[in-house]
Design a protein around this ligand. Structure first.
Ligand code: ADP
Length: 422
């Protein structure tokens, strides 16, 4: 298909057109009927641009005609989609919201999506949030996936308060997120810290729900990591408890469904739902590339909304560097009352050194290095592009012209800023 060639696709009711952009770009336009992408309605005769690597489904309940343009685009129509199941889930959540609306002693739904990687958890969260916004609700999207989270950079968990549909191309507005820094891309790197931050996030969200009626009624939709075995499974159980969820949707994993039925309290409704045949299984390399792309997007924006980050030098003496997790002491050396796991959540100072090169640093609102650093939501992120030991300076890539705070937390995530490669 040449670049200018338009492919007209007629979709019957309850079918979806799946599109994979292998090369170049795809332009998609709804020319007749009604259709949506992951719950966001398409505007008729508006052209939507999708970059290489995009993988989307244009679904219609009523039938639609869509034009697709792009030389490197693979597309096919499917009438086997779980969208009606997801719509029913939304209807069940709406029932809970209606009760909360009439009776302030009740709260809105709290639902958690679980399952292995690449089964469509994030996509279903997006669909459920979009459907609730279309009903005039303001749900809270919580993302506990520190590997492929959608709210901030990798290595974080957080929440956004949603009151408008996700932009078809850019996703939800994440300009004012609530972000906790975990500092690594899998909970296994520091389980006590992961657990602690999940509890902290749940606490902050509970406080918000206590004072904001719209959020309380809109409820909480929680996305989770795809690590579902061993300690990963325990993380899911702890998260369900921390957020006091009343329903869990298990996508595509029968054993996980059975295990959760056994281990979660009986008032928690556990549903087993199929994954969409359109979901893509990503290799380890693809995941790493997506993480890097996510950080790139944090600093440089997207094709349709570009950002211009700053690069500047800071003196070693102008920043306070910290990391979470200290060396483990033998039990006999621990202070009275300290637990063996405490070293994992200890905030310790770090001396600037060349090992910081390409490190992602979280900016803490704290004014000094203390245990408070751990539980505070972060102000943003910077990357160390260069370390000059002689001049005692760090060259930093930052979204802002200057650092909003001097306390920076070292993460184990690296990002090579392509602007620094000659
Ligand atoms: P998970 O959160 O479980 O890892 P995602 O929701 O990120 O999975 O989905 C994996 C990939 O599959 C994403 O690129 C997403 O855009 C794509 N995807 C999800 N549902 C569909 C669908 N119905 N058709 C085409 N692609 C889809």
């Amino acid at each position: 298909m040449s670049e200018a060639e338009v492919q007209e696709k007629k979709l019957n009711e309850d079918t979806e057109l799946r599109i994979v952009v292998n090369e170049g770009e795809a332009i998609v336009e709804l020319v007749d009927g009604r259709a949506e992408i992951f719950g966001s309605e398409l505007v008729k005769n508006k052209k939507y641009l999708f970059q290489k690597g995009s993988r989307i489904a244009i679904f219609t309940y009523e039938g639609a005609t869509v034009d697709v343009v792009g030389s490197g685009v693979h597309s096919y129509t499917s009438d086997e989609t779980p969208m009606v199941i997801y719509l029913n889930t939304h209807a069940a959540l709406e029932q809970i919201r209606k009760v909360a609306e009439c009776d302030p002693s009740h709260r809105g739904p709290r639902i958690m999506l679980v399952g292995p990687t690449d089964v469509g958890k994030s996509t279903v969260c997006r669909i459920l949030c979009n459907y609730s916004v279309r009903m005039g609700r303001s749900p809270i999207l919580v993302d506990l996936d520190v590997g492929q989270g959608e709210i901030s950079v990798p290595g974080t968990m957080g929440a956004i308060f949603i009151n408008k549909m996700a932009d078809i191309m850019e996703g939800f507005d994440c300009s004012r997120p609530l972000v906790f820094n975990f500092g690594a891309t899998t909970p296994s790197e520091n389980l006590p810290l992961y657990d602690l931050l999940v509890k902290e996030l749940a606490e902050v969200i509970n406080q918000r729900c206590a004072v904001n009626r719209d959020s309380n009624i809109g409820g909480i939709i929680i996305n989770t990591c795809g690590w579902v075995h061993g300690d990963g499974y325990q993380c899911l159980v702890s998260a369900a408890e921390a957020f006091e969820v009343e329903s869990v949707v298990v996508i595509d994993h029968e054993r996980l469904y059975n295990d959760l039925k056994r281990d979660l309290p009986s008032f928690v409704k556990i549903l087993h739902q199929p994954k969409s045949g359109g979901t893509e299984t990503r290799s380890k390399e693809m995941r790493a590339a997506m993480r890097s792309e996510r950080i790139h997007r944090y600093f440089y924006g997207t094709a349709s909304s570009r950002l211009n980050p700053y690069t500047f030098e800071v003196n070693f003496s102008d920043v306070l560097l910290a990391k979470i997790g200290a060396e483990q002491l033998p039990e006999s050396c621990l202070p009275f009352g300290a637990k063996i796991d405490d070293h994992n959540t200890k905030v310790v100072g770090v001396k600037p050194s060349s090992s910081l090169i390409h490190c992602l640093l979280a900016i803490s609102p704290s004014t000094s290095i203390s245990q408070n650093v751990l539980k505070e939501t972060v102000l943003g992120f910077v990357v160390v592009n260069q370390v000059n030991d002689e001049a005692q300076t760090l060259t930093i890539l930052s979204p802002q012209q200057e650092l909003p705070s001097k306390v920076l937390i070292v993460t184990s995530i690296k990002f090579v800023d392509d602007r620094t490669i000659e």
